[in-house]
Structure formats: structure tokens, C-alpha cells
Ligand binder design. Structure first.
Ligand code: GLY
Ligand code: MN
Ligand code: MN
Length: 273
């Protein structure tokens, strides 16, 4: 799995360079595959290469052939395989003229690293997910998008409009590896927390498990319309939503090994190497 990380990180770097050079999504994807030395059938899942508002489409796989007039933002979720094992990594970048969006990326990055530090033996992944909601809503409050407390946003379901997927999932031979809900090796399932239907992991962490930690903040009109329809429009500063909408969204995803002691962040180690 460490070798899969190294291969993916090399390709992530090539993709960022292509983005900074003004490439189209398709060109960035090709730069990624060339650097990974894996083509689209060899990488462990279809690359998500999203410029601007495409970052708000969670499983965006269209790969526009033409670059936009201006690339404000770039979200890439792309992995690599080694001997069948997967890496699953997401990064988000701001274009040169996007300082407030860059500040929001930095805030999500700091929060994400704190979440990764929570990958400890005995930690309940459901609680990590709920804590992530609160941390992300704290960021939206700080940036003036949210007008209510993180706790209120979580209780009313407003937080799920901005963070509509789970914190992460088990990773191994499969990208969404098996047994994320297993109560024990004899069977049974651990339910998701009510109101969080997309969480893919509900177990208490044990040494040897690898999980992803992939918080995100997105500006998705369809979900924000539901916030209004459910009577929570006052919880949001819509002018701030209008400001951030052109950037699409932010996701930062690392693959983290739970150990007997401090977690080993396989992805950050590869980026540092
Ligand atoms: N790339 C798929 C996922 O992050 O779950
Ligand atoms: Mn993932
Ligand atoms: Mn991913």
C-alpha cells in the first residue's frame, strides 16, 4: 500500500503542474496516467479531475476536452495500484487569483490532519464522522457562510448539505474495502448514525486497519435548495454561497494506518518523501 501511495503521489504532482499550466481536465488526466505509468483501466477507480464548479459534482468523471477560460480551482481524486492494493487520494488546489478559497483549503487541510490524528485503536469511526461535521461547520462559520453554530447545523441536517458524504471507508484490495459495517468476525452489522446514510464505515478502529479520511465542503445548489425548502434558509449567508460557488468544492483525502500507537498517514508520508 505504501508503494501504491508513492506512485499516486508522483502522478498527483504531475496533475497539479498541468493544472497550473492551464490544461484541460482531459489533459490533466493524461498527465496523471503518464506519471503514474497506469492507464485508466489499471488505476483502482475512475479518476475524478474537476475544474471550477465541476468540483461540486461528487463523482464527476466527464473530463472536458477544452480548458475553461479561467481555472479557479482544481479537485483531483485519483489513486494508483500496486500488486492489487489501492491508494485513494484527493487534493484541492486554488488558482492564482483565489486567495480566500485558498484560505478555506488551508483551513480544511488543517482540520483534516487533526481528523487523521484521531485514527487510533479504540476510536469509533462513527464519532470521527460526526466530529468532522462539527469541524467543517466551524470552518464555514469562520468564513461567514454559516450563520448558526456547528451543533445546530448538524442537528438540523444543514451540515449534510455542505458535507454530503461519509468521512471515509476501509481501504485495501478494494477501494471501498469490505466489512466496513461488520460487528464482529462472526457477523452482524453496526448501523450508521441516523441521518448519515452515506457513511461507509461504522466500526471501532483496530491496529492494522487502513481507512481513508476525506472531509469535504461543497457548494451544491440542489442540496442547498433543500436547506431552503426545509425552512433553514436563515442558517446560511447566501451571498457567501454565491461567492464560493464558482470554486465548486474542497475535498482532501489521505489513507491512514491505525497502529498500536500513533497513526501512520501513508499519504502524507509519500508527499513528504
Ligand atoms: N475515490 C473514491 C472515494 O474516495 O471513495
Ligand atoms: Mn475514498
Ligand atoms: Mn477518493
Amino acid at each position: 500500500m505504501r508503494l501504491a501511495q508513492r506512485r499516486a503521489v508522483r502522478a498527483h504532482r504531475a496533475a497539479e503542474r498541468a493544472f497550473r499550466a492551464g490544461a484541460s481536465e482531459f489533459e490533466i488526466h493524461m498527465a496523471y496516467c503518464a506519471a503514474a505509468q497506469q492507464d485508466a483501466t489499471e488505476v483502482p477507480y475512475q479518476n475524478i479531475v474537476a475544474l471550477n464548479t465541476h468540483g461540486a459534482v461528487l463523482h464527476y468523471t466527464e473530463l472536458d476536452r477544452v480548458a475553461p477560460a479561467e481555472s479557479l480551482s482544481f479537485l483531483i481524486d485519483a489513486g494508483a495500484s500496486h500488486c492489487g492494493y489501492a491508494a485513494d487520494i484527493t487534493r484541492t488546489y486554488a488558482g492564482d487569483c483565489a486567495s480566500e478559497f485558498q484560505a478555506m483549503i488551508d483551513a480544511v487541510d488543517a482540520a483534516q490532519q487533526a481528523m487523521c490524528a484521531g485514527v487510533r485503536a479504540g476510536a469509533d469511526y462513527r464519532q470521527l464522522h460526526l466530529d468532522a461535521h462539527l469541524a467543517l461547520m466551524g470552518i464555514l462559520r469562520e468564513f461567514g457562510v454559516l450563520k448558526v453554530s456547528p451543533e445546530a447545523a448538524l442537528a438540523t441536517g444543514v451540515s449534510a448539505a455542505f458535507f454530503p458524504h461519509g468521512l471515509g471507508h476501509p481501504l485495501g484490495l478494494q477501494v471501498h474495502d469490505v466489512a466496513g459495517f461488520a460487528a464482529s468476525d462472526r457477523g452482524g452489522t453496526i448501523d450508521r448514525p441516523a441521518g448519515h446514510p452515506y457513511l461507509r464505515m461504522t466500526r471501532v478502529l483496530e491496529p492494522g486497519m487502513v481507512v481513508t479520511i476525506e472531509p469535504g465542503i461543497y457548494f451544491i445548489d440542489m442540496l442547498l435548495d433543500e436547506v431552503k425548502a426545509r425552512g433553514h434558509a436563515d442558517a446560511v449567508d447566501w451571498a457567501r454561497v454565491d461567492f464560493f460557488r464558482p470554486y465548486g468544492g474542497i475535498r482532501i483525502e489521505d489513507d491512514v494506518l491505525c497502529t498500536e500507537a500513533a497513526p501512520e498517514n501513508l499519504t502524507r508520508a509519500a508527499f513528504a518523501g
